[in-house]
Design a protein around this ligand. Structure first.
Ligand code: SF4
Length: 73
């Protein structure tokens, strides 16, 4: 996994998210996502940080089964 950092924030499309709880597990020690309870059930939410590990975000984008994660431009 790359140790490069980016200031580009990941984005979760809560309409698409099926609450599978996978993205918070990409890195338990330095998570980029947390699960929150919404009226539509459990959904992933981005944890606000100054910078994000690039490879970690790329992994989350790749692993999400419904392509709900992207990155802001
Ligand atoms: S991996 Fe995708 S579907 Fe699963 S909780 Fe994260 S955003 Fe939602």
């Amino acid at each position: 996994m790359s140790e490069e950092y980016t200031e580009k924030k990941p984005v979760v499309d809560k309409e698409k998210c099926i609450g599978c709880c996978l993205c918070p597990t990409v890195n338990f020690e330095y998570p980029d996502f947390k699960m929150v309870q919404t009226e539509q059930g459990e959904k992933a939410e981005v944890i606000k940080k100054k910078k994000y590990k690039k490879g970690q975000i790329e992994d989350a984008i790749e692993y999400c089964p419904v392509d709900a994660i992207s990155q802001e431009d």
